[in-house]
Design a protein around this ligand. Structure first.
Ligand SMILES: CC(C)(COP(=O)(O)OP(=O)(O)OC[C@H]1O[C@@H](n2cnc3c(N)ncnc32)[C@H](O)[C@@H]1OP(=O)(O)O)[C@@H](O)C(=O)NCCC(=O)NCCS
Length: 209
């Protein structure tokens, strides 16, 4: 039976555990640095913290970081890779992922998501439920495309950016790093680094996040 360790016993972690089971992982356990305050996540045991995982990683066939915060997820994923952990990616069986696309380690593609040809999904990204990524898009490390968000063709999204639920991005645009695009926004222009942008059409409301 294949054993998966998930770092981060959060709401996002529950979805990742469910996807792992759909993908055939027979045993799923959590590690979380909030242990011992947390011992179970619904039916899944929380068996230790990050250090405990590193001491026992040979007992697992794979691991993945399920932390919603993009920067933390990326830092933890890089740390685990540098420590020799076997990071996996997870692709829900109901998603449609082109054979001409690529998905880096530590990334999760959720139910009903679509990734079209020649798109590249970077390390530790989340393509959430029913999100669509059209052809030739590029998501750098730890990008999160929330449920129901849509990226048109040839969109580039830089590292640690969060595209909010139901947002849309027009074709060929570039969205900077550490950006938040608000829920339901429609992006019609390039977005610089480190800002929050909201609305239809989407406008920058806050800088230097
Ligand atoms: C963009 C967001 C992060 C802004 O949060 P915030 O920094 O706390 O900003 P505030 O709530 O103070 O709102 C600031 C202004 O922007 C407006 N605003 C906030 N989010 C907006 C949105 N999505 N669309 C349009 N306007 C928005 C507010 O109405 C407010 O306007 P006002 O100054 O005229 O009153 C948040 O509203 C959002 O959309 N989060 C994404 C949620 C999501 O996608 N969840 C999915 C999880 S998987």
């Amino acid at each position: 039976m294949k054993r998966l360790a998930i770092l981060g016993a959060s709401g996002h972690g529950k979805v990742v555990a469910d996807i792992a089971e759909c993908c055939g992982w027979g045993e799923v356990v959590f590690f979380d640095d909030a242990l011992p305050q947390k011992a179970m996540l619904k039916g899944w045991p929380i068996v230790g913290n990050t250090q405990a995982f590193l001491s026992s990683m040979n007992d697992y066939d794979g691991c993945i970081v399920a932390i919603g915060n993009n920067i933390t997820r990326l830092d933890k994923t890089r740390y685990l890779i540098s420590s020799g952990a076997s990071i996996i990616s997870l692709i829900h069986p109901t998603s449609v992922v082109s054979k001409y696309s690529s998905i880096e380690l530590g990334s999760v593609v959720m139910a009903n998501a679509v990734i079209n040809p020649f798109s590249k999904i970077g390390l530790a990204c989340i393509v959430n439920t029913s999100a669509t990524i059209d052809h030739d898009c590029q998501l750098l490390e730890a990008v999160h495309v929330s449920p129901g968000a849509n990226l048109a063709g040839s969109v580039k999204v830089k590292e640690c950016t969060w595209i909010g639920i139901g947002a849309s991005v027009n074709q060929c645009l570039s969205i900077g790093k550490n950006v938040i695009i608000g829920a339901g926004s429609v992006v019609v222009n390039d977005i610089p680094d480190n800002v929050i942008s909201v609305g239809i059409p989407s406008k920058v409301i806050k800088g230097s996040i």
